[in-house]
Design a protein around this ligand. Structure first.
Ligand SMILES: [Zn+2]
Ligand SMILES: [Zn+2]
Length: 223
């Protein structure tokens, strides 16, 4: 203790979120950490793990786990390599995405991506679970439709959700991939996401962040 008061009165945000856009699919991998402890989580390391690791080092974060929203290649493509490099567990998605996860090399080949290792999650999650991200408890919402085992993570106190490919700013997830279903996706959004509240900000898997209220009023797919 040096008794320095420097910074003591500065309001520190409870979490910090850094988006690293990865893979040919421009996917929002996020590094989320608690600035008080500098411990954090990587959500959806879809590829380009050199850049993810560079971001982790630059910020000085100790990553404790990897969390996955769903089993598509652009979200899980770098998970096995990053988990091995950081020696951390992988949590999520819902086990209904196991067929996608198991066939990640085939997904990769289909999209012309090389050298993707299959990942074996240490924990599958279900609706009603909580997952610790950057030292906070996020609620786990099972939101199928884009993929069968898609999860959304929600911090009720911070009014912040990580929505993966369920809901985007101005759009919704595609439903033409294996296991996708449009009516199921709309139901997930209507029954699970919109009720979270208009003030809730969300970070999607692609593109800009938005709020539930903005999408409820303006998203053409929810009209
Ligand atoms: Zn997807
Ligand atoms: Zn995606």
């Amino acid at each position: 203790m040096d008794g320095s008061a420097e910074g003591a009165t500065e309001e520190q945000p409870p979490i910090q979120v850094m988006v690293i856009v990865v893979s040919a699919f421009q996917q929002n991998c996020s590094l989320i950490w608690d600035p008080a402890t500098m411990r954090g989580t990587v959500v959806d390391p879809g590829g380009d793990i050199d850049r993810i690791q560079a971001a982790i080092q630059k910020q000085g974060v100790t990553v404790e786990k990897i969390v996955l929203t769903h089993g598509h290649i652009d979200h899980v493509g770098g998970a096995a390599d990053l988990a091995e490099a950081l020696k951390v567990p992988v949590e999520g998605p819902h086990e209904d995405d196991r067929p996608l996860i198991d066939r990640v090399a085939e997904q990769a080949a289909q999209f012309g991506v090389d050298n993707v290792k299959p990942v074996t999650p240490d924990r599958w999650m279900v609706e009603g679970d909580t997952v610790e991200i950057a030292g906070r408890n996020f609620e786990v919402l099972h939101c199928p439709g884009h993929s069968p085992g898609h999860l959304v993570f929600f911090d009720r106190e911070l009014r912040f959700a990580i929505s993966g490919d369920v809901l985007f700013a101005g759009s919704i997830g595609r439903t033409d991939l294996p296991g996708g279903d449009h009516a199921t996706l709309i139901r997930s959004i209507q029954e699970k996401l919109l009720p979270l509240g208009d003030d809730v900000a969300f970070l999607p898997g692609h593109g800009q962040a938005s709020t539930i209220g903005h999408e409820r009023e303006n998203n053409p797919f929810l009209a």
